[in-house]
Design a protein around this ligand. Structure first.
Ligand code: AMP
Length: 591
């Protein structure tokens, strides 16, 4: 039988090989994608009836990149909608699409669907195996051990045409590949499926923690998709540890767990364990009274070797707190990917999250890179506000130190699709570039897996201000927002300055309207599970935004060029806003 170590060597050997030949592998990947999907409606539109198989790699790549346009989700949306409505002719892929994933972001204020195929789940398994293999070089773990994994599957639903829709992680947790991953990596999640797919953040987290403690001596590492969740889970633990202790002592389950399937599944796993309960009580009392919860993880999970989750990008604000709970345990930053495609693997798991970059996996998709230059000169080639862009280049031509926006051509029917992420090439792993994640373009509000742009915010505020003017004699004169990542759970705060009189009831309604008007699926699912708290509307006194402008202009130039930032983390601005807040409302949506 294959051992885990041999499996690790195989998968690393495979990756070293494809990295070494990354440029050639990219050409082959493009060829495979085009051969598999030759004749689909979208490609016929741009490539006509060319015979892909007869072309050499160079001609094929040149033809593809000169004839097929670079697009955003909005351009492919009509095709995806037709698939969602049940059309079965080959539109984007020859393989019939039966499942759609909800990617982050929106298109024209609607949720963004992208096709999901078996290939998507297989690449997830492959990258998980690969990163487990690299991790094991630095932090070997015991075979057959457990992972305290804070993972949450959302709900799935059907489109008009009968296709299943859910997040990519939801599909993955329900797939064969998820089971295979546990078996091949010989590490098993503490919680059963009924907990993972429970759909209520508080109840799932409670059970993850309870089972994590029940199996504490076997836990080899702690993980989640994004580190926000780990931080939320442990700050929740600070409040409810006594309840968990009582459950462990008696082999019982708190009445806060009301979901019958979850209750049943957890109760069949736990047994009364008074000695474990008194040990936890002793440790937690010390942590609470003397240590401010510093080092909570190694104190309660003494065999844990590391903590793994995405810690880069919008997760950086949570690093301090995570380090506090980790108390010296290594933080291993997880891989880089999106619903559209996995992108890169962390081949240096020993590096701190701030220094991590991701080696592009050249078999997963065909990658192109739009060079980006931070704006200086207005008259340049093509621009998109924040950056000046140049023509996209293939992987073989990327340069060290250059920033790029990623463009993907995937096995799932996305062709030259702008992902919106800005990355920097910080090195090479053999022949494949290592990318450090800079940020998602245009993203302003994010706490967890949610991603909202200025346009999304504007749309949301427009909707609510219409409601305000219809129901009162008041209007919104200016606004801004802030993602409060310190609160537990984190939530969006929107500041309004209004002219005229508005009753509290009307403002409450506006607050609720804004909360429901953010339709990015990451937001919706986090709100439903309460891993993001109710949106808060703060009404500031008249003249507040004038004060903000004066303060900013003092620092950054003429008043006629001043634009209110639509989202801020600036403490001076937040202080002015908070000092001027006269009313606060919390949304009652998703209650
Ligand atoms: P989604 O499509 O909802 O799965 O979100 C994918 C997006 O999350 C990517 O396009 C990135 O903006 C962000 N993301 C994913 N992985 C990482 C990572 N390792 N570091 C930073 N940001 C990431």
């Amino acid at each position: 039988m294959e051992t885990v170590e041999a499996g690790h060597d195989d998968v690393i050997g495979w990756f070293e090989h494809v990295s070494e030949n990354a440029c050639k592998v990219q050409s082959e990947t493009l060829r495979r994608i085009l051969e598999l999907n030759s004749g689909v409606e979208y490609l016929r539109k741009w490539l006509g009836t060319v015979d892909v198989e007869k072309m050499d790699d160079y001609t094929l790549e040149t033809l593809f990149t000169s004839l097929v346009p670079i697009v955003s989700h909005a351009d492919l949306d009509p095709y995806i909608q037709r698939i969602a409505d049940g059309e079965t002719s080959p539109l984007l892929t020859q393989e019939p699409i039966t499942v759609l994933s909800l990617s982050s972001g929106t298109t024209e204020g609607r949720q963004k669907y992208v096709p999901f195929t078996r290939h998507s789940a297989q690449t997830t398994l492959q990258i998980f195996r690969l990163s487990a293999a690299y991790r094991s070089r630095f932090y070997p773990i015991r075979e057959g051990g457990r992972i305290l994994e804070f993972i949450y599957a959302g709900k799935e639903f059907k489109t008009l045409g009968g296709l299943t829709v859910g997040t990519a992680t939801t599909h993955y947790y329900a797939s064969e590949e998820f089971k295979t991953k546990q078996e091949t990596t010989k590490s098993f999640t503490c919680s059963p499926q009924e907990v993972i797919s429970g759909g209520d953040f508080g109840q799932c987290t409670y059970c993850h923690l309870l089972l994590g403690l029940h199996y504490s001596s076997q836990v080899e590492f702690v993980a989640s998709a994004f580190s926000y969740t780990i931080v939320q889970a442990f700050s929740f633990f600070e409040e409810i540890w006594r309840e968990i202790c009582a459950d462990i002592k008696e082999g019982n389950l708190s009445s806060r767990i009301t979901l019958p399937k979850m209750r049943k599944a957890v109760l069949t796993l736990i047994r009364p364990n008074p000695s474990l309960a008194s040990h936890i009580e002793e440790v937690c009392t010390e942590l609470e009274s003397n240590l401010g919860w510093l080092g909570l993880i190694p104190k309660l999970w003494p065999n844990a070797k590391f903590i793994s989750s995405i810690m880069t990008g919008s997760m950086l604000p949570y690093l301090n707190k995570l380090r506090h709970y980790a108390g010296g345990l290594p933080l291993v930053s997880a891989d880089y990917g999106s619903t559209e495609s996995w992108i890169g693997v962390n081949v240096d798991p020993n590096l701190p999250p701030e220094d991590v970059s991701f080696a592009v996996i050249p078999t997963f998709s065909y990658f192109e890179f739009i060079p980006l230059y931070r704006r200086q000169n207005q008259s340049d080639i093509c621009s998109d506000g924040d950056f000046v862009e140049e023509k996209p280049v293939p992987l073989s031509q990327v340069k060290l130190g250059q920033e790029y926006e990623l463009v993907l051509t995937t096995f799932t029917g996305l062709y030259r699709y702008r992902l919106g992420d800005v990355v920097e090439v910080t090195g090479f792993h053999k022949g494949t570039p290592k990318l450090s994640f800079i940020y998602r373009r245009k993203l302003i509000l994010t706490i967890n897996i949610d991603k909202n742009t200025e346009k999304d915010l504007q749309r949301v505020v427009d909707k609510a201000s219409q409601l305000l003017s219809q129901t009162t004699r008041a209007e919104v004169v200016d606004f801004t927002s802030h993602a409060d990542v310190i609160a537990r759970p984190g939530h969006y705060v929107i500041y309004w300055e209004i002219r005229g009189e508005a009753e509290d009831k009307a403002l409450e309604e506006c607050c609720r309207e804004m909360d429901t008007a953010f339709v990015d699926y990451g937001y919706v699912v986090s709100r439903r599970m309460n891993s993001i708290g109710p949106l808060e509307l703060r009404v500031v006194e008249r003249g507040t935004f004038g004060k903000v402008a004066e303060r900013c202009v003092g620092k950054c130039g003429g008043l006629n060029q001043f634009k209110t930032p639509r989202c801020t983390t600036n403490s001076v601005m937040l202080n002015i806003l908070d000092d001027s807040t006269i009313k606060r409302f919390r949304s009652s949506a998703y209650n």
